[in-house]
Design a protein around this ligand. Sequence first.
Ligand code: ADP
Ligand code: MG
Length: 320
Amino acid sequence: MSEFDIIADFFSKQDMRKDDVVLGIGDDAALVSTTQLNQIAIAIDTLISGVHFPEETSAYDIGWKTLAVNLSDMAAMGAEPLWFTLALSLPEQNKSWLSDFAAGLFELAEQYNVPLIGGDTTRGSMSITVQIAGKYTSEPHMQRRNAQIGDKIYITGTLGDAALGLQSLQQSVPVSLEEKQQLLLKLNRPQPRVQEALALRTFVNAAIDISDGLYADVSHITDASNVGAIIYVDKLPVSRTYRQTLQGENHFDLALTGGDDYELCLTISPENEAKFLAQAESVGCQVTAVGEIVEGRDLTLYTHGDVPYSVKLSAYDHFN
Ligand code: ADP
Ligand code: MG
């Protein structure tokens, strides 16, 4: 199988047709039409085996997750995903791996109507990069630099299940087989909050998707906005499995510092809060208030109202 066979067999056969794709896979570059667009959001993310997913992760899940993390970046900007490209480096050609990878990738691509319009295929250690573009019309909403003092901090969904799923692969965690499978679904098949973000964006000041853990990701908002934040850790939304499995003094640490949740952290000004909550309910998106934006530059954690909380775990850093 040559590089070109791989492209033809696994990546060029999408049924999806979109009017704004003038020229897709097959030439030196793809052509897209952007007559209606003022601002285009562009994001890129690479997944490396053993770093972003455990070595034993299925090809299907890798395909899914590669696109999911990029869609999540579009969600975090309140951008509408349009197209993506794929750079694939593989140690060997393996038809069944490629077929499963493509199936996971295109399952999600179809769900969000984002076609693959180009890419690059090389031999090397396994690395998978997706670049995605989306339509951004929300200025200045959903930007990290746009948090305002007095904003409430909200989280979509629940936190910590993906990290707990990863733990369940590495050590024994007291969960049933069914619960373990649920946790691994959270880890391997994150559902990016794209529709939710598009529905909520006009009520949101700053936003970030939670990929490295809330603790690290909130500080990206406070840094960019020159503000401080308070998080009430006992308000963090966690699943039933999480609550039943993790107990004891520092059991919120994983929800605070575990990565891979791909939920959104949003800051909402008080005058928009009622409208935000009504809209979240109408699109069926669970949102939970966990803190507020304050003056200063510190990120302060409390539990039980005003009891200081300190984290014992730390977020993942590629170079540390
Ligand atoms: P070039 O030599 O001009 O870089 P390539 O031979 O690398 O072109 O790729 C041929 C065509 O196939 C291009 O349109 C490229 O975008 C596309 N392509 C290559 N690899 C992939 C892939 N993994 N997924 C989708 N499209 C791909
Ligand atoms: Mg090339």
